[in-house]
Design a protein. Structure first.
Length: 438
């Protein structure tokens, strides 16, 4: 549900100290946060109704919805590393991130046109949206880290993630309000989503600047003066990937993230299944995202403070236990009413995001030097995205050919097994040492 890593909470945990005051956050962080707030409103308006939109308006099957979801997660994953490496090498994080924001805005227009043009427009639009997401995420996080004052990165990320989470809360609320006023008028919702995306692009274009003095790449991956430009980037990229892979704690994290991602069902599919079981009217579906976002906002800071004295990897795995609990609530009705089940799933999903996103991001950030940090963050997101490239179609296929309950039972069992393996991989790895750059 949330587009990027909640690095503030995990940074606080690894620093072992509370967040700094807002007065120690540069104004540039607020402009980046404003961009994320506007774009997240746009994105979450769409995300909160997308499964129903694909099933009812475009008449796709559960398998097709799963294929859509998995394919576009894979597109994001394949884009992340190249975009992050390009930002590191070019030292122009703003331009790379800006390109991603523009593509996502264009995607909103194509999705609006899909109501008349059909599923092809939706396919291209979602392709561009995921492409833009993959391009902008790591360079944006790198911009935040670079603009933050030394030793106050937690406060900077905290401000950004608060604004980002606020957008994630307001987006579904606005979607629910629009559908309440204009039932099944998805063109209205998509038009408003497009307007917010355009505003986000304008804020980022006019107010955010690139890093004044970007950190240089290590000498070992700087192209020699006699090396042709066309060859040097490939050598640099290979060296960065090799350096990252030689970092044992980081490599173990990649294994854990990939395994867990294979059995992670997207929010859209999970809430869609719950909506069909409870016969919840489609106009109320965005409110489930509101509930999860609210729990996320309320729980993020207490969980990050708990991670200060409780190893971050344990906090991370606690988030996946919450995800498993959500699977259980959707799979079996233990005599609880629909409202109780909905509330339970929203609480579990909110806790899942609060305990995982930022903790993972900063375990990675603290393991890597600034020269390879952006690429390292992107590579981890790539592993997670490629895992979902398998997970979503597999879940959709099982849903369609067997039953949604058996699909969830299978994924729940797989999640339990991979959580156990991930605990073994990460046990004793926190706090993680800084990696050498060469």
């Amino acid at each position: 549900m949330y587009s990027a890593n909640s690095a503030a909470k995990a940074l606080e945990a690894t620093h072992g100290q509370p967040l700094s005051s807002l007065g120690k956050v540069p104004v540039m962080i607020y402009w980046i946060g404003a961009t994320s707030l506007l774009v997240d409103i746009s994105s979450e308006m769409l995300t909160s109704v997308l499964p129903v939109f694909l099933l009812t308006v475009l008449s796709l099957s559960p398998l097709q919805v799963g294929l859509f979801d998995g394919l576009f997660q894979g597109i994001t994953a394949l884009t992340l590393v190249f975009a992050a490496w390009r930002a590191d090498v070019s030292k122009n994080q703003k331009l790379v991130a800006w390109t991603g924001y523009v593509l996502s805005a264009l995607a909103r227009l194509l999705l609006l046109l899909s109501m008349a043009g059909g599923a092809l427009f939706a396919f291209v639009g979602l392709f561009l949206d995921r492409l833009g997401k993959g391009i902008r995420t790591a360079p944006r996080d790198s911009l935040i880290a670079a603009h933050a004052w030394r030793d106050h990165e937690a406060a900077a990320f905290g401000v950004h993630r608060t604004m980002d989470a606020t957008g994630a809360l307001l987006g579904p609320l606005l979607a629910a309000a629009l559908l309440w006023q204009w039932a099944d008028r998805y063109e209205v919702l998509l038009s408003v989503s497009l307007a917010f995306a355009i505003c986000g692009v304008l804020v980022f274009t006019l107010r955010v600047r690139n890093v004044a003095s970007p950190l240089p790449l290590p000498a070992t991956i700087q192209p020699a003066s006699a090396t042709p430009v066309s060859v040097a980037p490939a050598r640099a990229a290979n060296h960065v990937i090799k350096t990252l892979w030689q970092n044992t704690p980081y490599r173990r994290l990649l294994y854990a993230v990939t395994g867990l991602g294979i059995f992670t069902i997207s929010d859209g599919m999970l809430y869609l299944m719950l909506q069909q079981q409870t016969q919840l009217p489609a106009r109320f579906l965005p409110l489930t995202y509101v509930g999860s976002a609210l729990i996320f906002m309320l729980a993020a800071m207490p969980i990050s403070r708990a991670a200060t004295c409780w190893a971050p990897w344990r906090t991370f795995l606690f988030g996946y236990l919450c995800l498993g609990a959500a699977y259980g609530l959707v799979t079996a009705d233990w005599g609880a009413g629909n409202l109780a089940r909905l509330t339970g799933v929203m609480v579990c999903m909110g806790l899942h995001y609060a305990a995982t996103d930022g903790v993972l991001a900063v375990m990675i950030v603290k393991a890597l030097t600034p020269e390879v940090r952006t690429t390292g963050l992107a590579l981890a997101a790539t592993c997670a995205g490629l895992a979902k490239l398998v997970a979503s179609p597999l879940f959709g296929l099982t849903w369609q050919t067997i039953s949604p309950q058996w699909a969830l039972l299978g994924f729940g069992a797989g999640l339990a097994a991979t959580t156990t393996i991930a605990a073994w991989l990460m046990c004793g790895q926190a706090p993680m040492p800084k990696a050498a750059a060469s």
